[in-house]
Every structure is written in structure tokens, then in C-alpha cells.
Design a protein around this ligand. Structure first.
Ligand SMILES: Nc1ncnc2c1ncn2[C@@H]1O[C@H](COP(=O)(O)OP(=O)(O)OP(=O)(O)O)[C@@H](O)[C@H]1O
Length: 600
């Protein structure tokens, strides 16, 4: 491993900070590669139904079935679509290189091929791997000191196997606190040169599980992941103590192909493989679909080994490119569409690429010491006091708040006085009424009216039920229930004042065209008269509500029925409720509220 230090360390830190601050989300690069019809397909008289009409759009040439909801053209915006005659070199240059070689700058990257069986995944990934390594070699020979490590695994039937090992032992994935998810005991070969690479690739090829299917004589029956890990340092800092290393990996993922049972040559082993392959690909599609809708909620990476291992490149800090391979044959139209839908979803997935810096222990200590010193100096320097203009703005805001509160107080006091005077008016009317010798009857509840003749001793009722003005003040403010005694029956039945007085359907106050003052003034001498003019119409509250809350009103409740009810005679059936319209809703409300506690 090489080393960087001094100026370069600072430079790396600077770049890292800039990256963290401005780390932009970037969409997964998705390219589509259409292969030409294979010899087998040509012999089978297959027709090519798909065509790339430009660099971004692939079109279904055949007529769509009636009622089909599939689109006939798929456009990939800035991402590329490669026609059948394109060389892998071009696919690499225009569809994968940028992502793949970011590994030399310390950014993890992944290129993977997705598509149905025999669509050209292995064909494409073999070329992409070789072109990438060639570019990396070219770069490292000129620029920095590099160490390249090669490893390869396959996932078959949910078992992970090392492709560089001749043993058939299963490897285990494990969460490493520093490195994230790793596969335990995987062999890492330090790449010496190009020939060494070719040698390792051929070992992998030989070790990989392949089998014959109806569509591919050499069908990959496993997912293969080749990983190239690159650790790089500037040459001038090689071996120095305060060195820092950029370390990143590029993964080349050649997925097994999705297939239908009929395509896998239905031996038991092939079918089982096919099931595993399809299940893990389904999990991959599900993960991609969820990621494409944002990262909310649980993403089921752990549902398959494939997604578990690919997690960092799907939703993490890696750069990712997906090459979707397609067969143009008419007989594969459904699977081609599925691949295109997967491509459309994958296009929406974003990752946040970051540079991975590995520091030597000494460099790390120095870096941390600097951080501590910086934080200490931040703590020591006091926070600058707010400027004069800040104080002035704050004062202005507070003044406005005070002003608003004073206005509110004035307004509320006015409303309270008004309500109080209305109540006093009403009391006066009642007293006049009493003196005129008429019997005004009040009932607290319609149900109690019958057989509940009003007590002759009105004053007794008045003293217990009719609050004096002071008491009413309190009630206007608090709206607690007041209880009064029914002296006639001799019992001391407590009745809440706010029981509904009749059962009209609408509780809103009816407008009689006169103010309460006027009404009362005109009719004070003749209760029957004002009984006619003023009606109490129930508000929307159902009677049951009152009953259920018969012990008292919640503090401060202001909505309510005008519970001012006058009964012309002792016959409850004759009752006529009284309500009034006021010069404005607020006044009406206050009268309503006040009146709820005034029983006559
Ligand atoms: N772009 C292409 N141009 C020419 N031939 C191709 C192209 N892509 C694939 N082929 C040929 O098609 C056949 C199947 O390709 P390949 O094995 O890469 O498919 P695959 O998707 O990896 O299949 P599987 O999933 O079954 O492993 C091979 O013979 C390959 O040489």
C-alpha cells in the first residue's frame, strides 16, 4: 500500500470536506443493450421486434395487442440505448467507463448486467471488466502508486462460494464496523499484471456454475461478482508515516438470467436453480422499485444474498451503472418488457458517491488532534452578541405583541360588560314580571315540565336559581352549571341550568327583527307577547349531548343555545321558548351564553 502525506493529506481532507458538504445524489446510470438475433433464433425463424430508433429510445415494432397497457417505446433520457451492432467497447466507453473508473479516485463503483437468460450479460460483462482493468492499469502506471486486489464470488442457490478457491465451502457475509458488509474468508489476489488478470478471470470462468438451458448452452446458473479493490497513494509520500490512502472497489456483477420454467430444460436441478435465480432477481427488482420511490420505509436488502451484498451499490455511497441486455426476438417480448421496466425503475434510484479515505494510524492521530484543536478554539471564542439592529427588531416585535394583547383585553372587557348588561336587563324584566303578579314559569328541561308546576314561592327559586348580577358575571365567564331546587316537590333535585329547553332541530338563534332590548322593552308587561316574538331554536348540538353533560359545561364554553324559556302557563305543552337576535353575532353569543344560566 502506498502512502500520501503532508500537502496531499490536506488536499484529500479538503476534497473530502467539499464532497461531504456538496455530496450530490446521483442517479444510477442505466443503459440498454440490444443484441442481434442469435444463430439459434435465426434458424427458428424468429423476428426481431425491437429496434433502437436513436441513442435513447427503443421501440417495439410489432403491433401491440388490443388493450395492452405496455408502452411501445421506452426512452431513457440522457442514458444510452445501444443497438445490436454496437461493439462492447462502445458500450463500455459510453455506458460504463465513467462510473467504473471513479474507483481510482477512491469512489466505490459497481457495474452490473441485468436481463433474461441468453440476452448477452456474460458477453457484455466480460468485455466491460477487461476494458476497465485496462484503463485502471493505464492510469496507475502514470499517476499514483496502486495496489490492486482481485476477488470473485458466486451466489448460487443462496450460497456464496469463492470462485478463486477450489474448495466448495460456503462463505458467510458479515457486517464489519469499519468496512460495512464483507464476505468472510474470501481470497484476495494482488494483481500483478494483465496476464495475471486474464489468468484469474479464466479460473473464475472455469469455477462458475454453468449449465445448458433451452436458450443457452452455457447459461450462467449463478450470480457472479468480481471485485477489484484499489488502494492508491501519491508516489512522493510512499512509505511516509503520515500517509493516507484512497481505497475503493469496483464490482463487476454478472447476474444469472431471469427465465421461465420452460426455458430452463426442466430437470429438477435446473428448476431449483431457476427458482432461486428468479427469487433473488425478484428481490433485486423489489429493492430497486422501493428505492426508486425514495428511501422511506424498510428496504428488504436482506431477503436475498444478492441484494445483501449489493446493498452499498444500490442505495449507498457508490456509483452504479446497470447494463440491461435484451434479446430482440418476438418470442421473448414479455421478458424484454420486464427488463425495460426494471431499467425504468432503476433509472430513478439515486446514490450518494463519496471518496473513501483510509489513513495510516499516525495520519489518523494527527487528523484527530487537529479536529480537537479546532473544536477547542471554537468553544473558546464566544458567540458574537447580537447586533444593535437585531435588538431593535426584537423590540419592535415585542411591542407589536403587547399592543395586540392590549387590544384583545379591551375587546374582551367590552364583550363582558355588554353581556352583563344584557343579563341585568333580563333580570329586570323578570322582576317586573313578578311584580305584575303574573306567573312566569321556567323549566329546566322539557321533560320536567309536566307535573312539575312552578313553585309559588318564586323568590325561593330566584334566590337559588337566578343568580344575582355578580353571580351571573361569574357564570358568563365560567359557564359552570348552577343547580337549583325544586321547592314544590320538596325534593332538592339538582338540575343543571344548561339543559336544553326544547327539542327543536335547529339550535341556531332565530332572527325576530328586533333587538332583545327592544323586544323586552316592548313586551315587558306582557310575557305572552314576547313569548310570541322570541323563539328558541335548538342549535346543532343533539339533545343527548346536553343530557350526557348535564352536570356542567366545560369551562369557557361559549357556544350554546339561548336557554331563556318562558312558559305562559302551568301547562308544559304550552311552552314557548324564547330566543333573540342581536346586533351582531358576538352580542348574540354573549346573550346566549349568559342566558344559558338564567332560568325564569
Ligand atoms: N451483443 C452481442 N453480439 C453478438 N453476440 C452476442 C451478443 N450478446 C450475446 N451474444 C451471444 O449470445 C449468446 C448468449 O450470451 P450470454 O451467455 O452472454 O448470455 P447471458 O445473458 O449471460 O445468458 P445466461 O443468463 O443464460 O447466462 C452467446 O453465444 C453470446 O456470444
Amino acid at each position: 500500500m502506498g502512502a500520501i502525506g503532508g500537502e496531499e493529506l490536506k488536499q484529500v481532507e479538503k476534497e473530502q470536506k467539499a464532497q461531504m458538504a456538496g455530496a450530490r445524489e446521483e442517479r444510477i446510470l442505466v443503459v440498454v443493450r440490444l443484441r442481434p438475433l442469435s444463430d439459434k433464433e435465426i434458424i427458428a425463424n424468429e423476428v426481431a421486434d425491437w429496434e433502437c430508433i436513436n441513442d435513447n429510445t427503443i421501440l417495439y415494432r410489432n403491433t401491440l395487442r388490443e388493450g395492452s397497457t405496455f408502452p411501445s417505446a421506452y426512452t431513457f433520457g440522457t442514458d444510452r440505448v445501444f443497438r445490436g451492432d454496437c461493439l462492447t467497447k462502445q458500450v463500455y466507453e459510453e455506458g460504463a467507463k465513467e462510473v467504473a473508473v471513479s474507483v481510482v479516485n477512491g469512489i466505490n463503483s459497481t457495474i452490473f448486467a441485468y436481463g433474461q437468460t441468453s440476452s448477452g450479460k456474460t458477453y457484455t460483462m466480460t468485455g466491460i471488466t477487461e476494458y476497465t482493468v485496462a484503463d485502471i492499469f493505464d492510469y496507475i502506471n502514470r499517476e499514483r502508486a496502486f495496489v490492486l486486489k482481485f476477488s470473485a464470488i458466486e451466489i448460487s442457490n443462496e450460497a456464496i462460494r469463492d470462485l478463486l478457491s477450489s474448495e466448495n465451502t460456503q462463505l458467510k457475509p458479515r457486517d464489519d464496523p469499519e468496512r460495512g458488509l464483507i464476505v468472510e474468508k474470501v481470497i484476495e489476489e494482488v494483481l500483478r499484471d494483465w496476464n495475471h488478470l486474464k489468468e484469474l478471470l479464466s479460473i473464475c470462468e472455469a469455477q462458475r456454475k454453468i449449465g445448458e438451458t433451452s436458450l443457452n448452452e452455457r447459461s450462467s446458473r449463478s450470480h457472479r461478482i468480481i471485485r477489484l479493490t484499489i488502494e492508491s497513494s501519491a508516489r512522493e509520500f510512499l512509505g511516509k508515516e503520515n500517509s493516507t490512502t484512497l481505497a475503493a472497489s469496483v464490482n463487476f456483477v454478472d447476474l444469472a438470467g431471469s427465465e421461465q420454467a420452460s426455458q430452463s430444460l426442466s430437470t429438477e436441478a435446473r428448476l431449483k436453480e431457476g427458482c432461486h435465480i428468479n427469487r433473488s432477481l425478484l428481490t433485486l427488482s423489489t429493492v430497486i422499485r422501493k428505492l426508486s420511490k425514495g428511501r422511506q420505509g424498510h428496504i428488504n436488502y436482506r431477503d436475498s444474498k444478492l441484494t445483501l451484498i449489493l446493498q452499498p451499490c444500490l442505495g449507498g455511497n457508490a456509483r452504479t451503472a446497470i447494463i440491461c441486455t435484451l434479446s430482440p426476438a418476438r418470442s421473448h417480448v414479455e421478458q424484454t418488457r420486464n427488463t425495460l421496466l426494471f431499467a425504468c425503475c432503476a433509472k430513478e434510484v439515486a446514490t450518494k458517491a463519496q471518496v473513501n479515505v483510509v489513513m495510516s494510524d499516525k495520519a489518523l492521530v494527527k487528523h484527530l488532534q487537529r479536529e480537537v484543536a479546532r473544536l477547542e478554539s471554537e468553544l473558546k471564542s464566544p458567540v458574537p452578541p447580537p447586533s444593535n439592529s437585531d435588538y431593535a427588531a426584537l423590540l419592535r416585535r415585542k411591542d407589536l405583541q403587547i399592543q395586540k394583547m392590549e387590544n384583545d383585553i379591551r375587546e374582551l372587557t367590552k364583550q363582558r360588560d355588554l353581556a352583563q348588561s344584557r343579563v341585568e336587563d333580563l333580570l329586570r324584566v323578570i322582576r317586573n314580571d313578578k311584580h305584575s303578579g303574573q306567573s312566569a314559569r321556567i323549566n329546566y328541561h322539557p321533560n320536567q315540565l309536566e307535573g312539575d308546576a312552578w313553585e309559588d314561592d318564586y323568590s325561593a327559586s330566584e334566590s337559588s336559581c337566578l343568580a344575582d348580577s355578580n353571580r351571573l358575571d361569574v357564570h358568563v365567564g365560567k359557564f359552570n352549571s348552577i343547580h337549583c331546587s325544586n321547592t314544590e316537590s320538596g325534593s332538592n333535585i339538582e338540575q343543571p341550568y344548561h339543559q336544553p329547553l326544547n327539542n327543536h332541530e335547529d339550535h341556531s338563534m332565530s332572527v325576530s327583527g328586533q333587538s332583545l332590548d327592544e323586544t323586552l322593552g316592548e313586551t315587558a308587561d306582557d310575557p305572552d307577547e314576547y313569548c310570541k316574538e322570541v323563539q328558541c331554536i335548538e342549535t346543532e348540538e343533539p339533545a343527548g349531548d346536553y343530557n350526557s353533560d348535564s352536570r356542567g359545561l366545560p369551562n369557557g364554553e361559549s357556544e350554546g343555545t339561548l336557554a331563556l324559556t318562558l312558559y305562559g302557563d302551568g301547562d308544559g305543552t304550552d311552552q314557548e321558548a324564547m330566543s333573540t337576535s342581536m346586533n351582531g353575532d358576538r352580542e348574540a353569543n354573549h346573550i346566549q351564553n349568559a342566558s344559558r344560566f338564567v332560568k325564569f
